[in-house]
Design a binder for this molecule. Sequence first.
Ligand code: NAP
Length: 288
Amino acid sequence: MTEQQQQNLGKKVTVMGCGYVGKAVASYWYEKGYYVTGTTTREEKISDLETITHRSIVMRGDELEAVEKVINNQETILVSIAPISDRQVDAEAYAQTYLPTAKNLVTALTSNSTVKQVIYLSSGSVYGDKKGEWVDENSSLYTESDYNKVLVEAEKIVLELNRDDINVCLLRLGGIYGPKRELDKRIGRMAGKILPGDGSNYVAWIHLDDVVSAVEFINKKGCHGVYNLVNDVKLTSKELCDLICDRQQLERVSWDDSKPPFSALNARVDNSKIKQEGYKFIYDDTLV
Ligand SMILES: NC(=O)c1ccc[n+]([C@@H]2O[C@H](COP(=O)([O-])OP(=O)(O)OC[C@H]3O[C@@H](n4cnc5c(N)ncnc54)[C@H](OP(=O)(O)O)[C@@H]3O)[C@@H](O)[C@H]2O)c1
């Protein structure tokens, strides 16, 4: 056993929502020697989780008792939930996923004495359309769209947890890329096609490895408050698509400016706060 595994041994950490990110964090923590609990809403995923957790639980965030049980005796909770669907879901499904979980977590934490760190994953899209301006953690949030209303409301609920002995850290993530979600493949599939919008909106990205690594950084350091977690790349949708198509020698994407863009975000998201905290990006400017 390594020295680090020995230090972490027995520390109880929970990943609520073992999806793309949650599984990667659970697996990392498992290897580092933590005692890992992972949750899913689906019984059929349990056998998969058994190899990367010590305890795998089927639960939903809208069940208060289940949330209370899961966080019982834990030290760190990562909340990494997102609506279950392969397609874009409606705002109501968004609300049904994020809001009850946030509320129940806060309620459950008010009577819990073991949890010292909560890490809640949110999205940089909460800044909305800022006409390509720079935004940081103090910038205004865009609540005109029904989706963003939900994300912002969930953030508010989590941040209102008023306990001096619990660090509540909210990470606003860029679009996640990494193994199985490679930009080369995702954007490559669009080559030669027409996308909605004029492509001039700034988007933000973060590699899966950086999400995992930043979550552990926050967990180890004990951070509180809001942090943007996006890499250094500041490109518009068009610049990004051109770059990725060109480097694979694919036909470029075209744009239809009569339609609204997919992404709610049009801002250059500043990541200095987390850097000043001491976090070092693995993929600060590499898009894979
Ligand atoms: N993907 C991105 O590009 C992106 C960008 C910005 C922010 N984020 C944020 O990053 C986090 C992780 O994203 P991801 O891509 O890893 O999501 P994902 O792969 O869709 O995983 C979501 C997880 O949440 C679980 N879940 C869904 N509804 C739930 C509920 N009501 N109660 C409890 N658990 C529930 C799912 O359960 P099952 O195991 O049953 O599926 C799954 O484990 C999310 O908070 C998301 O908002 C993601």
